[in-house]
Design a protein. Sequence first.
Length: 363
Amino acid sequence: MRAILLFAFFLAPIFAKAFPEMIRYGYVNCTACHTSPGGGGVLTPYGRGLSAELLSTWGTEKEAQFLHGVVNLETVNEWLSVGGDYRGLQYHYENDQVKDGQWINMQGALEAAIRIKNWVFDYAFGRFEENSSWSSETNHYYVLFQANDYFSIRAGKFLPQFGLSIPEHVSPTRGPLGFGAYDERNAAEAQFANENWTVTGTYSIAPKDHTNSDEKAWALKIERVFADTLKPGVSYWSGDLPQSRRQILGLHGLLGFTKKFFWLTEFDWQEDTAKSTSVTQHSGATYQKWGYEFYKGVIGLLVADAQRTTLESPATQTAHYGLGVQFFPRPHFEIEGVWMRERAPQITAQEGDYAWLLLHYYL
């Protein structure tokens, strides 16, 4: 049973999201690099240029372009952005009784965004199934209207904005709360964003195959920028499911202390009330990530997360802590190695160690 749970943990795909760590350079809004207001997905030409200028150890601006600049899209960059990602992961886990490890194809997606005046039409498809076979199922799509420099609205199928927009979808602040892999919803969103404030409101309905099937929810996310590189925020979620109602309150921060040192932090509290009995359960989750760039493109990491499914019972807590390194050798490539220690007393009294090596390539 323990091995199955771990396998499911690592099998959860990680989708290409934004790098909120860019806050350390003063990029406080995702649309500086991405078409999506929530970050992630297809890059803008400016975002591709930054991947060479700021993220990668080596490389040129031309190399950062689509397909390494082999295909020249400069004549269509004003109205068309295309991209795609592949992510694969080798993991290893062991304790005194279990040893397991394998290679997993996690993500394979293609995406295109068309811009016509103030309108954006975005469509992405592709995923790996549990048997590592690739499927051309739709991941997300939306139509966005940019009313002016500060206000936008969009509608389609996408992940509502809540807390940190991070690629670690298995984090207790993402997947367990219904913001994980393949958890996109039918949604409508309005956002106001300037150099100091970002306010996002979303109404969404979860499809039948969602983690929280048929949930109707609205969410509000408010963030404030201080000193150009510090962006704390608060998120609220109110969801109505067939059998229960839930509320989530979250506090998060994207904190760039210097151009080399950053901290991503999030704390979430959830209240879930059964409609039939009015019994209420409280749970909590946290995610912490500290990073320091020792050399351009080489970032040392300290990571920790924890989840308590019943706040009143310490025995229901699962916690991970460890360290790693993130390496961006050239544009289009990301390599990440992480080791973590796990404590899960509700599953086993033994602590375990797991490690993974992640390879990410984007078109």
